[in-house]
Design a protein around this ligand. Structure first.
Ligand SMILES: [Cu+2]
Length: 151
């Protein structure tokens, strides 16, 4: 019912466009066109384009090549921009290749650029942390860093 009314209204609108009254004004009375520089406000064309950021890691804890205590508790990574909460992984692996994190990697609800994972008490040695996250621009960001635990 509504569609029928809209369609006929649109038809009437289209019909009024062909009205002969538009040709009534003599061409000679039209004002001359004067060029006075930019025809539109420049702020309109200088609006920055919206660019989705490609996230990169800006900080880790422990730091790359850093040293942590046995009771370190958790391993953390900070990205330079928000990452999509759909996917963020953080895994801590011992020198023997054993995964030692509690597989509870999560994005900080108060800071979407911060991801952390818990670890049990770590024995002294070297560890590798592997990170992976879905960047705001849709790209997968991944890498690894190492740290050492000393007694
Ligand atoms: Cu990207």
């Amino acid at each position: 019912m509504t569609a029928t009314i809209s369609a006929s209204a649109a038809a009437r609108e289209a019909g009024s466009d062909i009205s002969p009254s538009r040709r009534d004004q003599p061409i000679s009375s039209a004002p001359a066109i004067v060029l006075t520089g930019p025809s539109r406000p420049s702020r309109e064309s200088s609006q920055p384009a919206i660019i989705l950021a490609h996230a990169i890691v800006v900080r880790t804890s422990p730091a790359q090549g850093g040293v942590g205590p046995e009771d370190i508790g958790k391993v953390e990574v900070w990205y330079d921009a928000g990452i999509r909460d759909a996917f963020a992984a953080l895994a801590v692996v011992s020198a023997a290749g054993e995964r030692v994190d509690k597989r509870d990697a999560a994005i900080d609800s108060a800071d979407p650029s911060h991801v952390s994972v818990s670890v049990n008490r770590l024995t002294p040695g070297k560890y590798t942390v592997r990170y992976r996250a879905l960047s705001a621009d849709g790209h997968l960001v991944s890498g690894a860093w190492e740290f050492e635990v000393r007694p």
